[in-house]
Ligand binder design. Structure first.
Ligand code: 13P
Length: 370
């Protein structure tokens, strides 16, 4: 599969040069020899039946917050030890297809000297990398954020390829509040996501595009629905403008849920139905998979929602997970920074991974939690 831009002056689309033809042998000017087939198979492997992604790409600031909750100092060695615990979990590869790493982690090794990338590969897990540099205040738009990290991204991606990463992730954050989000914020973030995805595909790294509409706030689920539809539509418009091959990417959206502080909390069924309706309105069928973030839902809630969606209906995309907190929270609590607790922490992670694996086919049941 190759990407072409129109070259024939007789092309019916000559005034509209945004289209992509997939290897039908049409005359066309070769744009860039990306390895689309490889990226497409990476995307498909990551959403293989029964499997999902472990997001372990907490930035230095975020991991410090997580460690603080268990009274552990965020030193480089503690971060390394914790990630080793996660990645060395026996049988993790049965339900985890890929792990998203942070820059520091991609370069680290297990205590026996095995690079983490190799450790993951031995488990049959594909290593990926978070490449955004976090969010900053969006100038002129109080309360809104823009994700940074495009400057020099091409060079960083080339290094990540050498370090063994096979896919990338970029997270945009949309906040709901009085008068926000604005269209400008949605558009600026969609644009950055598309530029990231285009650069990533050019480097041969399959991009995971993550526009997260936060569940923080007292908004009703209907408002979360409206904003998520708008955000996703703009994201796919920009991906189209930037000639991103939809077959060779994954979407990582929020589920549509009630705001955390909303007095009326939607049921699991409502949230699942509204999330599916939202995705159908905004996500092209060419995208191989949707891998949800957990976004501050409890671990069991995130699993229940995923399960319900997979029970409800057939969708054109695989519906899977790319959870951070909803996979790691019980493991982190069990570990508490003590090497004696490693086994218990690994058991906790393995259990959550198994529950979410069952939810991939709507086969999760609350009895599994006992
Ligand atoms: P959560 O599942 O904890 O929301 O994390 C997913 C993630 O990767 C955020 O960027």
């Amino acid at each position: 599969m190759k990407k072409f831009a129109p070259s024939s002056p007789h092309s019916p689309l000559e005034d509209w040069p945004q289209y992509v033809i997939f290897d039908y042998g049409e005359p066309g000017k070769f744009v860039v020899d990306m390895n689309l087939a490889d990226m497409e198979s990476t995307a498909r492997a990551l959403v293989a039946p029964g499997k999902g992604i472990l997001a372990a790409d907490e930035s230095s600031g975020t991991i410090e917050k997580r460690f603080k909750s268990i009274g552990v100092a965020s030193t480089e060695e503690n971060r390394r030890a914790y990630r080793e615990l996660l990645f060395a979990t026996p049988g993790l590869g049965e339900s985890i297809s890929g792990v998203i790493l942070f820059d520091e982690t991609l370069r680290q090794k297990a205590s026996d000297g095995t690079p983490f990338v190799e450790l993951l590969k031995k488990q049959g897990i594909v290593p990926g990398i978070k490449v955004d540099k976090g969010t900053k205040a969006l100038a002129g738009f109080p309360g809104e954020k823009i994700t940074e990290g495009l400057d020099g991204l091409g060079e960083r991606l080339a290094e990540y390829v050498k370090l063994g990463a096979r896919f990338t992730k970029w997270r945009a954050v949309i906040t709901i509040g009085p008068g926000i989000p604005t269209r400008t914020c949605l558009q600026a973030n969609a644009h950055a996501l598309a530029r990231f995805a285009a650069l990533s595909q050019e480097a041969g790294l399959m991009p995971i595009v993550e526009p997260e509409v936060l569940m923080d706030g007292a908004h009703a689920i209907e408002w979360h629905f409206e904003v998520t539809v708008a955000a996703l539509k703009l994201v796919f418009e920009e991906l189209f403008e930037h000639r991103v091959a939809l077959e060779a990417m994954l979407l990582k959206p929020n589920m549509v849920v009630s705001g955390k502080d909303c007095p009326r909390q939607a049921s699991v069924k409502e949230a699942a139905e509204m999330t599916l309706r939202c995705l159908r309105q905004a996500v092209p069928a060419a995208v191989p998979g949707v891998v949800f973030l957990s976004g501050g839902q409890s671990d069991t809630q995130a699993t229940e929602h995923l399960n319900e969606m997979n029970r409800l209906d057939n969708t054109p995309w695989q519906l899977s997970f790319s959870f951070g907190r909803a996979l790691q929270a019980p493991a982190l609590k069990s570990w508490k920074g003590d090497p004696k607790n490693i086994k218990a922490a690994q058991t906790a992670l393995h259990h959550r991974a198994r529950c979410n694996s069952a939810a991939r086919s709507g086969k999760y049941e609350s009895e599994m939690e006992r």
